[in-house]
Each structure stands twice: as C-alpha cells, then as structure tokens.
Design a protein around this ligand. Sequence first.
Ligand code: NAD
Length: 289
Amino acid sequence: MKNVGFIGLGNMGMPMAKNMMAEGYVVTGFNRSKGKEQGFSEVGGKVGYSVAQLAETEDVICLCLPKPEDVERMVLGEDGILNHAKEGLYIVDFSTISPKLAEHLYQVCHQRNIHFVDAPVSGGTTGAEAGTLTVMVGGEKEVFSQLYSLFKSVGEQIFHTGAAGSGTKVKLLNQYMVGMHTLAVAEGVGLAEQSGVDPELVYEILSQSFAQSKLYDRHYPNFIAKDQFDGGFAIELLFKDLDLVREMAEESDTPLTIGRQVTSQFEQAAHSDLKKKDMSAMYKFINKQ
Ligand code: NAD
C-alpha cells in the first residue's frame, strides 16, 4: 500500500502529505486551488491528476477537507471517488465531519467493497508539520491494522476508537473542550489586562499552576503575545466543529448548558472579519470589539 492520493493540501493536508512522502509513500496531491498543487510538486509530490484518476489507480485516498459537505461531495458526488473507485480501495478521512456522515460513508463504501475509516486528527499545524498528531480512527479493526503504518507517518498517538463514526465522536469531544479552553484563555487574558496585572507574568505563573492548559500554552506565547493571528486553525472551522457538537448532543439528548454560550460566541466571530484568523483570535473578538 505505497501509492497514496491526498485530497486537500491545506494547512493540515500539505504537511501531512509531505510526511507521508518522507516515510516512503508515493503521494499524488489534489487540491481545488491549483497553487497548492504547484507548491506540493515543488517538494517532490506528484500532481496533475483528476479525482477519478486517483480513485482508479491509488491504493489509498486520504481526505483533509474543510467541511462535511466537501467530504460528502468528494466521496459521493458525480465526479467523486466512489463512482470511479477500484475494488478494495481504502479511503481515509482525516477531516472533521459529523459522526452520522462518517457512518453513512462507511455503509455506502462497504456495499461497494471499498474500505472507509474516519480518522480525524488533533495537534494542529505544528503537530502536522512535526508528524506528531493524535489520530482517532473509527472503522473496522482489520482495516485500522492495515493502515497503521500510514497513520504512523503523520502521527505519534494512534487510536482505534471502535466502529465507523466513533473517531469523529472522540474528535468532537476534543473540539468541545478546545472551544471552552480557548474562551477561558481569551477572557482570562483580557481580565488580567483590565485589572492591571501583567499578562506575561500571569502566563508565567499560571502555566505552572492548575490553570495550565495546552491551549493556554499554544494561544498565549504563539499568538496573543505576538499580536499575530494568521495560519493555524481558523475560527470558522472551530465554529463548524462546535455546530457538529451541538448536533451530536441533540442526537443523544445531552443538554450542553455552557456549550451553547461558547458556540454562540464562535458563531458571531465566524461571521466577523476575524473568521479566517486562528482560533486564538477569540481573544480579540472578546476583548477588542
Ligand atoms: P484548510 O482550509 O487550510 O485546507 C483545506 C484545503 O482543501 C484547502 O487547500 C482547499 O483549497 C482544499 N479544498 C477545499 N475544498 C476542496 C475540494 N472540493 N476539492 C479539493 N480541494 C479542496 O483547512 P485545514 O485547516 O487544513 O483543515 C482541514 C480539516 O482538518 C478540517 O476538517 C479541519 O476541521 C480539520 N483539522 C484542522 C486542524 C488545524 O489546526 N488546522 C487541526 C485538526 C483538524
């Protein structure tokens, strides 16, 4: 299983595809905006093929696309993967979609003798570049084992979470807490400033206290302290995830009292001019608007 098609060469997909190549996979990249394909070819990737051609020839097709509807169209659309897939093809979806869609794609693929796993990732662009992502894989155990080396080429912690859709459920729980911690950092730093305490000092102390979190360690030194919010993980994508969490909670009759407020803040920010900025820019949204 050495020939891999990689669809979606964005902030995450590009470094992941590069790491696969570094581990000996022959990777053909496909992206909607062709500048990204050009960039991928400059680092040794193959480009210039259609989705249909990839589905006919590759052993594995990986997806890392922004939204559930992008993944659905890419797999089930008229010119999508399934209509052209050779029997036994493996489809690995690294995007964050809904558990329902992941289950549906698994079912449809299964009927066609195509293997599908949902394999959302955590660790951000720095984890994608370093090849240290956490990968949460929902789908058949045997398929998970067959793809293990591929997952290892992009990540360090690789988990089989159970049936199709379960990787996505775990990922959405992660996103729920990411949203909360992000707002905790945004409000906390704002409160420090308003109260006349030096946010640098606060970070130095709290990063060694119980308020320490991976997101405080990410957001404060890398973005907020530098007043730089480009790259990373877009606010509009985290809102997409929080909306998927809302759906997941409704389906299991779980009231998310605090979550509703968190989601509402992200929804407003996702419709502001900060929508493409890294999620740490919620600090600006909360404190500076
Ligand atoms: P991105 O917007 O940077 O990249 C998506 C890429 O897909 C872009 O290059 C875009 O041109 C391309 N694309 C979009 N629609 C396409 C289509 N129909 N056909 C071909 N290419 C298409 O997004 P990202 O930050 O890389 O995130 C991708 C997925 O990974 C999302 O589901 C996101 O939630 C998830 N994710 C992101 C991060 C992060 O830190 N950025 C972390 C974990 C998971």
